[in-house]
Design a protein around this ligand. Structure first.
Ligand SMILES: [Zn+2]
Ligand SMILES: [Zn+2]
Length: 576
């Protein structure tokens, strides 16, 4: 499906003196390279992050940043762009280079300059690898990676970091793609003469990391649409095209695919454009080859197509090629959990640890959302970097919440904590205080390097404690940044089932942990799953939609989800 080496646009990084229209990607590359070299020096990490975030935003803009600068627009009206970053952007556009970046480059060693061509590599870590292996170039780094040397000396996580940093596909987290989808869709409808546009592909199936976003579109003149789209975001290079299909390299780093359809074959085009390969293969066993179906139309909608072949409508999130075709034929598809089924939040932080809002503010926001309850799960005492709550303060917090509940109406605040699972599998608070909590979320935040056997034992020993309820972010993964620790999930699921413990799907867009695959396995074993946001501020409750995406991809119904239960039923389940 995906071309092997689509384009090499940002591989070369930002180079000085480009002529012609600057694409938003090239401007973003300038900021990213600057951030990377700043990170390699002693620059404040918050400042580095601000540059990285601004670059990521710019990549999703539909308007040409160059045009905005030339029109003298105030760039600081865009979120995340302050005066310093706006000045950098203006300098790139007006002079074709960036003085700060050139200065840092000139002062950088050849090793560092080489690394800075790959913006996702962490220069400090890679330089450590260079030193230990006695190498000095990206070429040698690649060779050592392929030969397994990096993994042997530095372990799996370092090898994965480097592999991801060096890959030429520029994957993107789903939540960033949501902004991008909106801006591409608007551009298609208002600037390109497109009558109708609907997204498909991995994006529509809500896959957590995507490399391509595709649209089915209807217009009078497909070639004219293709021509206009090349102006999206300043300049968007066309990678390939034929009569009804075109692929572009978006500034955001992923591909954009357009597929032309008519009113008469809209449903067929959407079906063909949405399902995974495995799904389409199973589907065509029922319908015959999709290519030949066109003549047998019309297929104005997906529902019409499914109905013709005796299938119930299959939600896009289920079109992965598991058992959905059989279940659509037998009328036994799950009714997927939806936003309105969620009755409360079970993982949220307050100012007691590293959250931005007080317990009362979090409770007020949860009530606004129509929730029945919210669990306050601040970090436990050992997690110093996240201002973990000392045991005396947890006792105070318990008494505070009791008083608060007596005073509040319309929401119940649950007494809880995100309790660290220590290296030996013990929990980070004594039993007497844990006993006073309504439930716990227990998570691993340290010693990621233990091996699979040790890590699995650690989690299972923790589950043996009767004050353990929900395993927080089960594998600790950060998508596109670090893999999770190794865990034998089938053993952990079986142990959770025996002990009456639960899992969560952590809705943070870069965690989404459990994965859909593991969530499916847990639910099939009869282990309920919480869909939690791990909110560190009132704004982050909205992230629940990404947890719901994962849950739906796992085929979960509201009966599989812990926080679809009212408190009266949930509290009974939490007694072990
Ligand atoms: Zn955590
Ligand atoms: Zn948390």
């Amino acid at each position: 499906m995906r071309p092997g080496k689509p384009w090499s646009m940002s591989e070369a990084g930002f180079t000085k003196g480009k002529v012609g229209t600057l694409s938003n990607a090239e401007i973003a590359d300038g900021l990213t390279s600057l951030a990377q070299l700043m990170a390699a020096g002693k620059e404040n990490p918050y400042k580095v992050k601000a540059y990285q975030r601004a670059a990521a935003r710019i990549r999703t803009f539909s308007k040409s940043i160059e045009d905005l600068v030339r029109e003298d627009a105030d760039l600081t009206t865009f979120p995340g762009i302050g005066d310093a970053i706006a000045a950098c952007i203006r300098e790139i556009v007006t002079t074709g280079s960036l003085g700060k970046l050139e200065k840092l480059r000139a002062g950088a060693s050849p090793e560092l300059a080489g690394i800075s061509q790959y913006p996702r590599l962490d220069p400090k870590r890679v330089l450590r690898v260079y030193k230990k292996l006695g190498i000095a170039s990206i070429e040698d780094l690649k060779k050592n990676l392929v030969a397994g040397e990096v993994e042997k000396v530095f372990g799996l996580r370092m090898a994965q970091h480097i592999r991801q940093g060096l890959t030429e596909t520029h994957a993107m987290l789903l939540y960033r793609a949501d902004d991008l989808r909106a801006s591409v869709e608007e551009f298609l409808l208002t600037n390109c003469g497109v009558r109708r546009a609907e997204p498909g592909g991995d994006y529509r199936r809500r896959v957590e990391v995507i490399e391509e976003i595709s649209f089915v579109i209807e217009s009078d003149d497909f070639q004219a649409v293709v021509g206009r789209l090349e102006r999206f975001g300043g300049r968007t290079p066309l990678v390939s095209s034929d009569k009804h299909d075109a692929v572009f390299a978006l500034s955001a780093g992923i591909l954009l695919r357009l597929r032309e359809a008519t009113q008469g074959d809209w449903g067929l085009a959407l079906v063909a454009c949405t399902g995974s390969n495995a799904h389409l293969k199973k589907l065509s066993a029922v319908t015959g080859p999709l290519k030949t179906l066109r003549a047998a139309g019309p297929w104005p909608s997906e529902a019409a197509l499914y109905e013709t072949f005796g299938l119930a409508f299959i939600e896009p999130e289920l079109r992965e090629g598991y058992d959905e075709i059989d279940r659509a034929a037998s009328g036994t598809l799950p009714v997927l959990v939806k936003r309105a089924d969620i009755l409360g939040e079970l993982h949220a932080h307050s100012t007691s640890s590293d959250g931005a809002h007080s317990i009362e503010q979090m409770a007020g926001a949860a009530r606004e959302l129509g929730y029945e309850y919210i669990g306050i799960t601040d970090h436990s005492q050992s997690l110093k970097i996240a201002r973990g709550v000392p045991v005396e303060d947890l006792w105070k917090q318990i008494r505070f919440i009791d008083k608060l509940n007596a005073r509040l109406s319309g929401i119940r605040v649950l007494k809880s904590a995100e309790v660290d699972i220590l290296a030996d599998g013990s929990l980070d608070y004594p039993d007497d205080v844990l006993h006073e909590l309504d439930y716990t979320v227990c998570s691993i935040h340290s010693r990621f390097g233990l091996n699979r056997e040790q890590q699995t034992e650690r989690v299972m020993r923790a589950m043996d404690n009767r004050h353990f309820h929900i395993l927080g972010h089960a594998t600790g993964r950060l998508l596109l940044k670090r893999p999770g620790y190794e865990l034998d999930t089938s053993r952990v699921i079986e142990h959770a089932r025996q002990q009456g413990c639960f899992f969560e799907i952590n809705s943070s867009p870069d965690r989404l942990d459990l994965s859909a695959e593991n969530a499916r396995a847990a639910a099939q074993a009869g282990v309920r799953i919480a869909i939690s946001t791990d909110a560190h501020s009132t704004r982050e409750f909205g992230l629940v939609r990404y947890g719901l995406d994962q849950a739906r991809r796992a085929g979960l119904t509201k009966d599989d989800v812990l926080n679809c239960l009212p408190w009266s039923k949930l509290s009974a389940l939490l007694r072990r």
